[in-house]
Design a protein around this ligand. Structure first.
Ligand SMILES: Nc1ncnc2c1ncn2[C@@H]1O[C@H](COP(=O)(O)OP(=O)(O)OP(=O)(O)O)[C@@H](O)[C@H]1O
Length: 224
């Protein structure tokens, strides 16, 4: 069953040339998919549309049965709770410790601190950082900081996990470790869509690869 459908999606920023043009694809629930392409090909734009940070200029985007174009602004925060997002620079709060960073989405939702603490520790356990919950981000390595970013993205148990160049700043060994984490979450049922230009890494992993060029889908290779 499709969890994401793009139908004839186009995106223009401020009336300029098209960042995305007539994009059509579906991603089924439970898939793990890489989105690749050169810098400026439109990878981040796809993710911004999926998180409603941007609206499509044309076409339809359906996520979990909801049409994003017709979603009222007031619904967007609720919609976003079902999606975990991992950024290249992880966007941690450097004056808060690991626990508080991961707890942030749950606090914003008003979850009871006791329930939140249980969730936070479960997420930190999954990324192997339970023993660092009191550390400040500055005390962690780059790879560990990215793991905190992933824990924060999954703390809500999202059906869909999006990541924009999550290994962009990491060396090959750490990148492979981070990819294994995404595979772990995928194995337990989370749909994963991951933008990356690290072709060597993603080719080894044998998941579906969608390739963009100048805002168009130029190839879509099924998992092998
Ligand atoms: N907010 C914006 N305003 C104007 N143009 C934008 C905006 N965001 C993206 N663009 C343009 O849209 C095109 C696609 O950008 P996008 O960030 O989606 O590509 P990308 O494949 O993610 O590239 P990168 O790997 O460099 O992040 C680029 O030409 C970019 O300059």
């Amino acid at each position: 069953m499709a969890i994401i459908t793009f139908e004839h999606v186009g995106k223009r920023y401020g009336g300029r040339y098209e960042a995305l043009a007539d994009l059509n694809f579906t991603i089924d629930a439970g898939e793990m998919v890489f989105l690749t392409g050169h810098s400026g090909a439109g990878k981040s734009s796809v993710l911004k549309l999926l998180t409603c940070l941007e609206r499509p200029s044309r076409g339809r985007i359906i996520v979990g049965g909801r049409d994003l174009a017709s979603m009222r602004a007031a619904r967007i925060p609720f919609y976003r709770r079902q999606i975990g997002v991992v950024f290249q620079d992880h966007q941690l709060l450097f004056d808060r410790n690991v626990f508080d960073n991961v707890a942030m989405p749950l606090m914003i939702q008003g979850m009871h601190p006791r329930d939140a603490a249980r969730r936070v520790r479960a997420a930190l356990d999954k990324v192997g950082l339970l023993h660092r919950e009191r550390a400040l981000p500055i005390e962690l390595s780059g790879g560990e900081q990215q793991r905190v970013g992933i824990a924060r993205a999954v703390v809500n148990k999202p059906a869909l996990l999006l990541a924009d160049e999550p290994t962009g700043n990491l060396d090959p060994q750490l990148s492979a470790d981070i990819m294994r984490l995404f595979e772990d979450f995928n194995r337990i049922g989370t749909t994963v869509l991951l933008a990356s230009h690290d072709l060597a890494l993603i080719a080894r992993l044998r998941h579906r690869i969608m390739k963009l060029r100048d805002g168009r889908l130029i190839s879509d290779r099924e998992a092998s």
